[in-house]
Design a protein around this ligand. Structure first.
Ligand code: HDD
Length: 697
């Protein structure tokens, strides 16, 4: 499934395997109290007679309930909903000329990692498929200390300065009076803020595009967003942007599908990640760098590299691969690992430095600070998932939840009682690059930060017609949920400055007349004369990609062609994909001399759980053919541009629900006749031609 083999199946962050039955894993056979006392029974509290009051003396009752009362911790103020996995990063060694960081510079070096993906706005229990930005945070347990790359699935951000973050999040989170809507930006306060705060415009284009509704974490790009300063072993520096490129390609849901999934399977992305790892289809990304010269003005081709609302188009500066991330182990315990993992933008290693991007500068403060509330004190780095794999001698002592038993008498410097240790490392330690700093104290941004539109226009111009239609749909849906007419109108007026056709289409959907809004010619630092479009921004694949851990629903019933189902199942398994048999009832379906297990009964499933749907031969006239749920399932898969196939008389079932002559609808006489086209269609992710017809573009 993957060319990388994991170091080991699962490891504790200290590297020591956890043994079942040890105190940490609690796999023993006997129930005890927290003090290790064996408990006689745990069904009844100690009472004064069977009908009497409970006794205060019942230490087991009190301990059990007290602990339960304190089981919850504050959820993350943003990115509360997430899922994570352990893995390995293997360096290609190609970054050695730009960074001294050993985990990147040494060819073949393997570094353990923990990655957590998240949505931003929703609460911990919200649905995975909400339209939102996705977090993509990776903790590299390097032997030089922990490096955290705390990025998103979009390369830009809504704001240019961290001081606006509380404003952005207050506007985006559920409105404070009724605490609605949950996990979405489609409401008045968000659009009020972003329509007034026009530096958000480029990021809005990303959020309203298909990028806001990924198909899975496995098929998302990731970005460090800010420009970092890398320092090579010879002291030379460069300005660099980090990119994660999913080996499976970048794929998204369509909007109706995302909404339905929120109800049918709110855990869709979490389940997909866990299922893929369990199936051995380890999610993989290549880490890439855009490397730009470290010039005094910190610009590249006229683009201000300190402005986090700007990308550097890949056509101007290609992404160079430097290593590969493979996620191969699920966490053992969600709370202990995924909930308690604490990322921090300031967790850096030699060779990787920050820049003066004002958004990044504020983040250097926020992440350490927030953990103190969230994890209850300053010792959260001792929690196993947060423990560095490099030796720690920090002279920090005591505090809430201290679990270390520190030895010695001299946790201070200078000392003689501790033999002078631990000593600082000088040039062998983390040395901040001595970039010159001077200036007047001002609350101001550079003039180039005033360009809020040029790259929003670039993004729009780089989309295919189907993607443009989806963007129009995203804006129209979200603004259609805004009650205040003035907010809707202000936002559409901003869109005129991005592209008149975009604004006209959104305005038409909202019933707003924009004929009086004048054309504004934008001049910006974010546009480059050389790049009017950036094809790298489009997600439409040029050729079929891999289909690992894709799920294909096979509609069948008693009497279906079971041999055909086996053929299909095997052909899909050969490509790493999974066939799921869907029938009107659970249990088994049988045909004459054989039977096969039903994976899902129609009543428990919905089209959104499948990347493609196939109707088995031998089903015409059966209950699955006449069940209204079949028609709904096929019609949804059709509308969502998914591959649809049928063999034998299954084609009749298909034809009664959808246009069998439409692109991406496949029919053949036997199962073996449809598998090749089905795999190819899955590799393209959607029938883009059918989606274009549906969108009328
Ligand atoms: Fe942030 C969490 C990504 C701006 C303050 N952020 C958080 C997470 C991700 C990001 C992926 C979740 C980490 C996890 O899985 O635990 N944040 C970003 C990106 C940003 C960004 C890519 C802009 C480029 N963030 C940002 C700003 C601030 C914060 C400007 C504050 C000034 N972010 C936080 C936080 C969080 C957080 C409050 C909440 C939970 C946590 O840190 O551990 O400190």
């Amino acid at each position: 499934m993957t060319e990388n083999t994991p170091l080991d199946a699962r490891f504790s962050p200290t590297g020591a395997p956890q043994e079942p039955g040890d105190a940490a894993t609690q796999q023993g056979r006997r129930l005890t109290t927290a003090q290790g006392l064996r408990v006689d029974e745990t069904e009844h509290s100690l009472k004064a007679g069977p009908r009497g009051p409970s006794l205060l003396e019942d230490h087991h009752l009190r301990e059990k309930i007290t602990h339960f009362d304190h089981e919850r911790i504050p959820e993350r103020v943003v990115h509360a909903r997430g899922a994570g996995a352990y893995g390995t990063f293997r360096s290609y060694g190609t970054a050695a000329s730009v960074t001294a960081a050993r985990f990147l510079a040494e060819e073949g070096k393997e570094t353990r990692v923990f990655t957590r993906f998240s949505t931003v706005l929703g609460s911990r229990g919200s649905a995975d498929t909400a339209r939102d930005v996705r977090g993509f945070a990776t903790k590299f347990y390097t032997d030089e200390g922990t490096f955290d790359l705390v990025g998103n699935n979009m390369p830009v951000f809504f704001i240019q300065d961290a001081i606006k973050f509380p404003d952005l999040i207050h506007a985006g989170k559920p409105e404070p009076d009724r605490e609605i809507p949950q996990a979405q930006s489609a409401h008045d306060t968000f659009w009020d803020f972003v329509s007034l705060h026009t530096e958000a415009t480029h990021m809005l284009m990303w959020a309203m595009s298909d990028r806001g509704i990924p198909r899975s974490y496995r098929t998302m790009e990731g970005f460090g967003v800010h420009t970092f300063r890398l320092e090579a072993a010879d002291g030379s520096t460069s300005l660099v942007k980090f990119h994660w490129k999913p080996v499976l390609g970048v794929h998204s849901l369509v909007w109706e599908e995302a909404q339905l999934t929120g109800g049918a399977d709110p855990d869709f992305h979490r389940r997909d990640l866990a299922d893929a790892i369990a199936a051995g289809a380890y999610p993989e990304w290549e880490l890439g760098l855009q490397v730009m010269p470290d010039t005094p003005d910190e610009t590249f081709e006229g683009i201000d590299l300190l402005d986090p609302t700007k990308i550097v188009p890949e056509e101007l500066c290609p992404v160079q691969p430097v290593g590969r991330l493979t996620l191969h182990a699920e966490p053992t315990n969600y709370f202990a690992e995924t909930e308690q993992v604490a990322f921090h933008v300031a967790n850096l290693v030699p060779g990787i430095q920050v820049t003066n991007d004002p958004l990044m500068q504020g983040r250097l403060f926020s992440y350490l600070d927030t953990q103190i509330t969230r994890l209850g004190g300053p010792n959260f780095a001792q929690i196993p998932v947060n423990r560095p794999h490099a030796p720690v001698d920090d002279m920090q002592r005591d505090g809430m939840h201290q679990t270390a038993v520190h030895e010695g008498r001299a946790p201070y410097q200078p000392n003689s009682l501790g033999g002078g240790c631990p000593i600082a490392s000088g040039a062998a330690g983390y040395v901040h690059v001595p970039t010159p700093v001077e200036g007047r104290k001002v609350r101001e941004a550079p003039a180039s930060f005033a360009d809020h539109y040029s790259q929003a226009t670039l993004f729009w111009a780089s989309m295919t017609p189907v993607e443009q239609a989806h963007l129009v749909g995203g804006f129209t849906f979200e603004l259609g949920k805004v009650g205040e007419a003035a907010v809707r109108e202000r936002m559409v007026a901003n869109l005129v400055r991005v592209d008149r056709a975009l604004a006209e289409r959104v305005a038409a959907g909202l019933g707003i007349d924009i004929t009086d809004i004048p054309e504004v010619t934008e001049e910006g630092s974010g546009s480059s004369a050389d790049v009017a479009t950036s094809p790298a921004l489009s997600q439409v694949p040029q050729e079929p990609g891999r289909i690992d851990a894709r799920v294909i629903g096979v509609l069948a019933d008693d009497g279906a062609d079971l041999a055909g189902i086996d053929t299909l199942r095997q052909a899909l398994a050969d490509q790493g994909a999974t066939a799921v048999v869907v029938a009107p009832h659970g249990g088994e379906i049988s045909t004459g001399d054989g039977s096969t297990a039903v994976d899902k009964a129609l009543v428990t499933t919905r089209s959104v759980e499948y990347d493609a749907v196939v109707v088995a031969g031998g089903t015409a006239g059966s209950a699955v053919a006449t069940d209204p749920a079949t028609t709904v399932l096929l019609a949804e898969a059709f509308r969502h541009g998914k591959a649809i196939a049928a063999w034998g008389d299954g084609a009749e079932v298909l034809r009664s629900a959808v246009d069998a002559d439409a692109p991406g609808v496949i029919a053949g006489s036997g199962a073996g006749d449809v598998t090749h086209d089905l795999v190819t269609a899955l590799g393209m992710h959607r029938s883009w031609e059918r989606l274009a017809t549906i969108a009328g573009v």
